[in-house]
Design a protein around this ligand. Structure first.
Ligand SMILES: [Zn+2]
Length: 127
């Protein structure tokens, strides 16, 4: 593995936002029939490509399709980075950004590489 899990790589300090409640609400909406599978399994092609090539396995089953294909993908947003953020592949990528001036935020995204389920798990300041 070339990088720590997003939870370990990003700093979970003051300024972190946890999206577990929103995730649970989305899963409930799907299971209760309020949301369709295509509405909750809508990862775009770039996110899927990054999930397959750079994702860190989570080790538990997808809440939608139950496949053992969940990974976490870490994106960082901030000055001088692409508008869609930069997918972090190695710890060195994150260390390099830490040395730059400016405020950077890491988004930890859960993705199922089988059914395209995806949800932001949380955000953390990169410090
Ligand atoms: Zn799935």
């Amino acid at each position: 593995m070339t990088r720590d899990s997003p939870k370990a790589a990003a700093n979970s300090a003051v300024g972190s936002i946890d999206f577990r409640l929103a995730r649970a609400r989305t899963i409930f909406a799907y299971k209760s029939g309020e949301a369709t599978r295509s509405e909750v399994c809508d990862a775009q092609s770039e996110l899927m490509r990054n999930a397959v090539n750079c994702g860190v396995p989570i080790g538990h089953r997808c809440p939608i399709c139950h496949a053992n294909s969940l990974v976490e993908v870490l994106y960082v947003f901030g000055p001088r980075l692409p508008a869609g953020g930069r997918c972090i592949v190695t710890n060195k990528d994150l260390d390099r950004i830490r040395r730059w001036d400016g405020a950077f935020t890491a988004y930890d995204v859960e993705v199922c590489t089988d059914c395209k389920w995806n949800h932001v798990l949380g955000t953390n300041p990169v410090i």
